[in-house]
Design a protein around this ligand. Structure first.
Ligand code: SF4
Ligand code: FES
Length: 241
């Protein structure tokens, strides 16, 4: 069997702002199988067009700042290898449903505002609880929290979510996932009562469980499954008060 020729050069099609402008094409070398989409963007900035706007920080898949749409699917530019895409033309665009600031940079304020609107922040009991139930390995609540934890607030799920795109008031998968974890945290003063917002028009009942959120999450948070659990809690728990 002949081996496929490694891709050593790509055409990078980059969306430039203002939105709607035709993408700009750059010929970019791919020096190794480990070369990332971020390396290609940096090549453009260093050698071809220093005005190209994009964000990155950690280059290790931890900060979430380099999330973009690559060949039509959300992903982290610093973690996506060019080789894994398997195409000689690679398109890169900004996250969807968020205002474009410049080229690949979006204003993340609507995304982070959804956490504020959901009050998705830990509120300790006053005074702090002294006895807290220990959750041993295998406890269903512990397993759920471990599965749903780890969000790096990259915004990829918000971008991929069909409801976020069509309903500006919708809280979106990441904020609702955070609400779920807080509602199960015994140290949190609001507990399941904080789910009241998830029962509104802005919340989980709007989710149609298409699963794009889970498919694009770079740290494999099963966001869709969390939304289903949220719906289950809303159906069975008293969340008034
Ligand atoms: S849940 Fe995943 S895709 Fe959504 S913001 Fe968090 S890390 Fe990104
Ligand atoms: S630069 Fe931090 S996740 Fe990509």
């Amino acid at each position: 069997m002949p081996q496929p020729t490694p891709i050593d050069r790509i055409t990078l099609e980059v969306a430039r702002s203002p939105k709607g402008d035709a993408p700009v094409r750059f010929e970019v070398p791919v020096p190794s199988a480990a070369s990332r989409v971020l390396d290609a963007l940096l090549y453009v900035r260093h050698h071809l067009d220093p005005s190209l706007g994009f964000r990155y920080a950690c280059r290790a898949g931890m900060c979430g700042s380099c999330a973009v749409v690559i060949n039509g699917k959300e992903g982290l530019a610093c973690q996506t290898t060019v080789a894994s895409l398997g195409t000689r033309t690679v398109s890169v665009g900004p996250l969807r449903s968020l205002p474009v600031q410049k080229d690949l940079m979006v204003d993340m304020k609507p995304f982070f505002d959804s956490f504020k609107r959901a009050d998705a922040a830990f509120r300790p009991t006053e005074p702090a609880r002294r006895s807290i139930r220990t959750l041993p390995p295998g406890d269903p609540d512990r397993m759920l929290i471990e599965r749903q934890n780890g969000c790096i607030t990259c915004g990829a799920c918000y971008s991929a979510c069909e409801w976020s795109a069509s309903r500006p008031g919708y809280l979106g998968p990441a904020a609702l996932n955070r609400l779920l974890m807080l509602s199960l945290d015994e140290r949190d003063a609001k507990g399941v009562r904080r789910l009241a917002v998830a029962a509104t028009d802005a919340g989980a009942l709007r989710c149609h469980a298409l699963g794009s959120c889970t498919q694009v999450c770079p740290v494999e948070v099963p966001v869709r499954e969390g939304m289903q659990r949220l719906k289950g809690l809303l159906a069975t728990r008293d969340i008034e008060g």
